[in-house]
Design a protein around this ligand. Structure first.
Ligand SMILES: NC(=O)c1ccc[n+]([C@@H]2O[C@H](COP(=O)([O-])OP(=O)(O)OC[C@H]3O[C@@H](n4cnc5c(N)ncnc54)[C@H](O)[C@@H]3O)[C@@H](O)[C@H]2O)c1
Ligand SMILES: O=C(O)C(=O)C[C@@H](O)[C@H](O)[C@H](O)COP(=O)(O)O
Ligand SMILES: [Zn+2]
Length: 378
């Protein structure tokens, strides 16, 4: 048996049940070195067009390429600049052309090695290349391991807003190597944690209480971190299995994103505000807005903001450095949200921690008045 074919057992495997598009999420240590054997078991002899960013390439690309080669696969790599600005038309074109140049054919694979930016970009390239080639996610940020690598949402941003151009394209495998989080900067880890907290807040109050008690262990690494990753993936996999294309329940995963995406676009998709940071502010706002409408208690809204703050995440517009659009500008961005239907606003609101719901036909005047108050608050 070759070294590449020896697979470790201290991993968690979660299935995403989507009929013929079903796949496994594999979570645990040393998976980068095992990637070749695991991928070759699905697509023996394939060429693998790796899409990654410069930060991740410097630290982890060589391990992945060695693993692929020793399993009889043929890797090529396209390396993009780190950061949200790479989810753009220009970079998308460069990636697709590089994959064509490497002769990635229909029976080959595109592999995303990186955070959610690389995952969304590479996934959309895979969905478009030769009208669709298979795709593997190797998420390297906490955010990508708990959220973006699962569920098949792929895409890029437009000057009109966030993720407005893309496709649903499920991966055939997700390999979340928890060892690679060792090189992730703290600010990025915190941003990913916002999506973990979001996941708990939607419908799992005991998980949120667990996070309140154990968040330092999650940040510290070890079993609590793996448990948080696995719980988040299991929750997302269940939602995706029952509503793959967001015709209903899946919109719950958008908690914090209606406000959050508008703020991200308002900050120019820059490093002033990371996606997870925008989600933290947007989630705190969804709870405060719900409280202002008499839907949930002020105590729950305060408890959510207190927890996010205690891990070092922002919870208010005033926490974002630099200028932002005024209320009209933010309302224009909110009007481009993909949950908008025939012009009417949909938000994920809440009756309390773990009790979120989809609110359609939300009154724009109430949102506008809320944003005025939020912008005025220190
Ligand atoms: N498709 C989905 O379902 C989904 C879900 C959530 C978020 N997203 C998208 O994901 C993106 C955010 O993802 P993100 O927070 O991972 O950002 P990111 O991809 O920009 O990665 C964060 C930063 O960390 C670096 N990095 C990643 N892994 C590293 C590692 N192991 N060691 C050192 N540095 C590392 C990257 O180079 C980057 O600078 C946003 O565009 C968001 O819209 C998509
Ligand atoms: O997977 C989903 O569904 C989500 O909403 C997860 C979000 O965390 C993620 O940021 C997603 O990309 C947002 O989706 P969008 O449809 O609002 O662009
Ligand atoms: Zn998100």
């Amino acid at each position: 048996m070759s070294e590449a074919a020896i697979l470790s057992n201290d991993v968690t495997t979660l299935p995403v049940q989507l009929g013929e598009r079903s796949y496994d999420i594999v979570i645990g240590p040393r998976l980068l070195a095992e990637a070749g054997a695991r991928i070759a078991a699905l697509r023996p002899g394939a060429r693998v067009g790796i899409v990654t960013d410069r930060n991740v390439a410097e630290r982890h690309l060589a391990t992945l390429e060695d693993s692929l080669r020793s399993a009889g696969l043929t890797p090529s790599a396209v390396v993009v600049e780190p950061g949200e600005k790479s989810k753009s038309y220009g970079v998308f074109e460069q990636v697709v052309d590089a994959l064509l140049e490497s002769r990635i054919e229909r029976r080959d694979l595109v592999l995303a090695l990186g955070g959610g930016v690389v995952g969304d970009l590479a996934g959309f390239a895979a969905a478009s290349l030769r009208r669709g080639v298979d795709f593997v996610q190797v998420p390297t940020s906490l955010l990508a391991q708990v959220d973006s690598s699962v569920g098949g949402k792929t895409g890029i941003n437009s000057r009109h807003g966030k993720n407005l151009v893309g496709a649903f394209h499920q991966p055939i495998l997700v390999l979340a190597d928890t060892d690679v989080l060792g090189t992730l900067p703290l600010r990025e880890f915190r941003a990913g944690y916002a999506e973990v907290a979001k996941c708990a807040l939607i419908d799992n109050a005991p998980f949120f209480a667990w996070l309140e008690r154990r968040w330092q262990d999650v940040f510290g690494g070890g079993p609590a971190r793996i448990e948080a990753i696995a719980s988040s993936c299991a929750a997302k996999a269940a939602v995706v299995a029952r509503d793959e294309k967001e015709t209903g329940d899946r919109a719950l995963l958008n908690l914090g994103h209606t406000f959050g995406h508008a703020l991200e676009a308002g900050a120019g998709f820059s490093s002033r505000l990371l996606h997870g940071e925008a989600v933290a502010i947007g989630t705190a706002q969804a709870f405060r807005f719900s409280a202002s409408q008499g839907l949930c208690s002020a105590e729950d809204a305060e408890r959510v903001a207190r927890h996010l703050k205690s891990v070092g995440l922002p919870t208010r517009i005033a926490d974002i450095p630099g200028a932002l659009p005024d209320t009209d500008g933010l309302m224009d961005l909110i009007a481009q949200d993909k949950k908008v239907s025939r012009g009417s606003l949909t938000f994920i609101l809440t009756h309390g921690i773990g009790r979120c719901f989809i609110a359609r036909d939300v009154d724009p005047a109430a949102v506008r008045a809320f944003l005025d108050r939020e912008r005025a608050a220190g």
